[in-house]
Structures are given as structure tokens and as C-alpha cells.
Design a protein around this ligand. Structure first.
Ligand code: FAD
Length: 384
């Protein structure tokens, strides 16, 4: 049995690992010649780490995971602590730690784990056709490949999604711009073992420790879509958006390198179904593109892969295995996308009274409420 996998992101590489565990041959086709991820880092929450362990790639988490042992919210303007707590009770409850990781390193190590020379780079999917017995991918260079089935992990702008649904899906602008990158850890910004967020006026600044003494930082600012993007003005822009903010935020802005700072207009896609058409299945962002507000997009791709493997372990028929995958994932991924969207609205001040009420809540938060929410999301994954 041979699977064609489209995309060598977190989704495609984890799908390949899951299918390999079931003895299924995989050929991976990636559009770009060189991987250049759009985000500097991601937090792989405990559900994602469990999936990486299950897929045999746990050592990558050990290599790359940062020491995120505590969490804190600070008031953005004054810098005063609103809440600060240990994540140890969460880790104890869910049975695994979260791992914030450099995204480029994660993708590179997943590809190396598989065998870089075995991935076909520079192959952009253009069209999909299928018969009762096989699937053919046509690439923009005119070449084709045929396999028994296709896992399309071609990301948020998926071509295969249009094929599976029979219509184009428009992405929805979530109303804010996210700047992100990496800086050396500086305790004048925040403690080295803590995920620290500064919040005020519907804006957010976050630093999270990843391996090699680096902070993954991001700034969120609610803004209209389509403003000019210019790396050379990043510091000036951020200084303007955060001019009254506390000293650690100013220190962070001073520390960033404009050339390696990403600016992303955040989008998601309205949850849809099905995720599968016959022998073609969508996986990862192709099947459920979410805002990053609960840090679950990549984790959901890893969950998809684990479930895909489980379905092939239970079913010999490709169509039945993929139908089972569809049924097992549709509600979970819808839930994650909508949860992130709801969180996004509160965090970014779209209903100011709700956001003010959240700021008030944070001031009396012991950590229990936040960890309860995190644990519910984590334990809703396929590995509990
Ligand atoms: P992608 O990573 O987009 O990979 C798709 C791959 O397919 C790419 O390599 C692309 O080049 C390739 N491709 C595209 N089109 C074609 C084609 N036609 N033919 C062949 N190949 C193609 N998730 C978390 O879990 N935690 C976080 O903290 C987190 N933070 C985030 C922060 C930001 C700012 C953003 C934008 C996202 C964040 N995410 C997070 C989400 C996470 O990055 C995505 O969910 C994850 O990368 C999805 O992986 P994927 O493989 O499905 O898609």
C-alpha cells in the first residue's frame, strides 16, 4: 500500500510517521525547495508531546523543548503581576509536559528523522484525481504520481481542500496582527522558566522559553487587514503600538532583530466537513485552520496523524479507514477552532466589557481556572 503525502510541515511529516508505523509506504511531496516556516516557534502542548512520543519522535521534543515551568499574566502598562503560578499541577494531571519549540528546528528535525533525501522538494500539487482504486497527484511542473491514497497536509491555503469539498473556502481575518520571533533570554524581560504575558487594551505581548536560552516572543495588536508591511519599520511600529507599556516590553522591543521578525495577519477557516473524499484525506491546517490563540493548530495536526494511524491499524480497507478518520476528527477539530476563536475575541478586546471582565478575573486567578481549561483541551486529544 502506498500513500502520497502532500506537504512536509508538521502535519505531513507526522502523518508519514504514523503510516510508517502501520507498514504503509509513503512518498512525501513538498512545494518549496527550502522550508521557511511563517512562525518563529510554537508551543507543543502536552497532547502534542504525547503524539510526538507515540509517533517515535519524542526525542525531538527533548532536544527542543524549553523550560516552561510557570505561567504569568502581567498588566501591560504598569507591568504589575496579575497572576503567576506553577504549571506542575497541570503536568501531573495530564501526564506530560508542554514543550515550546523553535518551529524551524522542529520542522528540520522531523524531516531529518524521516530522511531529508527521501522528501521530494519543489513539487507543488496542482490537481487531484481519483478512481475506485487509486489517486493521482499532478504537480505544477507537469509531473504526476499515483498512489493508493493521499494525505493532503498542504496547509492553510490547501489546494486539496477545494478538491475534497468541491468548492473554495475563504479564510476569515481574525482582526489582529501578530509579530513573532526569537531573542536571547533576558530576565529583565521575564523569568527564564516562565511563559509570561503582558495584557492591556486588547493587545498582548508574550515571551516563552525555548531551548538554547532563547525566548519565543510575540506581540498581538488588533488592526485592520492590509496595512503596509515593512520589516525596516518593525521597531518603530511596535514602539508606537506599545508606547506607554511597562519597561520589560520596551526592553523586548529593543532586543528584537527586525530582519528575523515575522508579521502575520491572523486568519482562520470556518470549521467544515467532510475531511475526506474517498481516498483523499485532509490533515493539519488543510483540514482545520485555526487562530493560534490556544496554541493548538500544530498539536491538532499531530493528533490527526495519531488517529490516522489508529484507523489504519483497525481497518484494512482504505476507504473505511479514512472514513473512520473523518468521523473521529471532525468534532474535535471544530471544537479547537471555535475555542481558539472565542479566546481570540476575549484576548483582543472585540467586546471591551468581556475583555475588562477577563482582566479582572486574572487578578484573582490562582492558576486553577486556567489549568482547568488547558487540561480539558489536552485530555480531549486521542491519547488522553
Ligand atoms: P503547514 O505548516 O502550513 O505545512 C504545510 C506544508 O505544505 C508547507 O511546507 C507548504 O510549503 C506545503 N504546501 C503547501 N501547498 C502545497 C502544495 N500545493 N503542494 C505541495 N506542498 C504544499 N500551533 C500549535 O500547536 N501551537 C502554537 O503555539 C502555535 N502557534 C502558532 C503561532 C502562529 C503565529 C501561527 C501562524 C500558527 C501557530 N500554530 C501553533 C499553528 C501551527 O503552526 C499550524 O497549525 C501547523 O504548522 C500546521 O501544520 P501543517 O503541516 O498542517 O501546515
Amino acid at each position: 500500500m502506498k500513500a502520497i503525502i502532500i506537504g512536509a510541515g508538521i502535519g505531513g511529516m507526522s502523518a508519514a510517521a504514523a503510516l510508517k508505523q502501520q507498514g504503509i509506504e509513503c512518498e512525501i511531496f513538498e512545494a518549496v525547495k527550502e522550508m521557511k516556516p511563517v512562525g518563529a516557534a510554537i508551543s507543543v502542548w502536552s497532547n502534542g508531546v504525547k503524539c510526538m512520543n507515540h509517533l517515535g519522535m519524542g526525542s525531538i521534543m527533548d532536544n527542543l523543548g524549553g523550560p516552561m515551568h510557570r505561567m504569568a499574566y502581567n498588566e501591560g502598562i504598569s507591568g504589575a503581576t496579575m497572576t503567576q503560578f506553577s504549571l506542575a499541577p497541570l503536568v501531573a494531571e495530564v501526564g506530560e509536559r508542554p514543550c515550546p519549540v523553535s518551529r524551524a528546528d522542529l520542522q528540520a528535525q522531523m524531516i531529518d528523522w524521516w530522511g531529508r533525501e527521501k522528501v521530494h522538494f519543489g513539487k507543488r500539487l496542482e490537481a487531484v484525481t481519483q478512481t475506485d482504486t487509486n489517486v493521482t497527484a499532478t504537480f505544477t511542473d507537469g509531473s504526476t504520481v499515483t498512489g493508493d491514497f493521499m494525505i493532503a497536509a498542504d496547509g492553510a491555503h490547501s489546494i486539496a481542500r477545494e478538491y475534497v469539498l468541491g468548492h473554495k473556502v475563504e479564510r476569515r481575518y481574525a482582526g489582529y496582527v501578530n509579530w513573532n520571533g526569537l531573542v536571547e533570554i533576558d530576565e529583565a524581560i521575564a523569568p527564564a522558566d516562565q511563559w509570561t504575558m503582558f495584557v492591556a487594551d486588547g493587545k498582548r505581548v508574550s515571551v516563552m522559553p525555548i531551548a538554547d536560552n532563547r525566548f519565543y516572543f510575540f506581540f498581538d495588536v488588533p488592526l485592520p487587514l492590509g496595512l503596509p508591511q515593512d520589516r525596516s519599520t518593525v521597531k518603530h511600529d511596535l514602539t508606537g503600538y506599545f508606547q506607554d507599556w511597562a519597561q520589560p516590553v520596551q526592553t523586548l522591543i529593543d532586543a528584537i532583530t527586525p530582519e528575523t521578525t515575522n508579521r502575520i495577519e491572523i486568519h482562520d477557516v470556518e470549521p467544515f466537513k467532510p475531511l475526506v473524499k474517498g481516498r483523499v484525506a485532509l490533515l493539519g491546517d488543510a483540514g482545520h485552520s485555526t487562530t493560534p490563540d490556544i496554541g493548538q493548530g500544530g498539536c491538532a495536526a499531530l493528533e490527526d496523524a495519531v488517529v490516522l494511524g489508529q484507523c489504519f491499524a483497525e481497518e484494512d480497507s482504505i476507504e473505511l479507514a479514512l472514513a473512520e478518520y473523518n468521523d473521529a476528527r471532525v468534532d474535535r477539530v471544530k471544537d479547537l477552532v471555535l475555542k481558539a476563536r472565542a479566546r481570540c475575541d476575549v484576548t483582543h478586546g472585540y467586546h471591551p466589557e468581556t475583555t475588562q471582565a477577563w482582566y479582572e478575573e486574572l487578578r484573582s486567578e490562582t492558576g486553577e481556572g486556567i489549568m482547568k481549561g488547558l487540561s480539558k483541551t489536552i485530555l480531549g486529544g486521542p491519547l488522553g
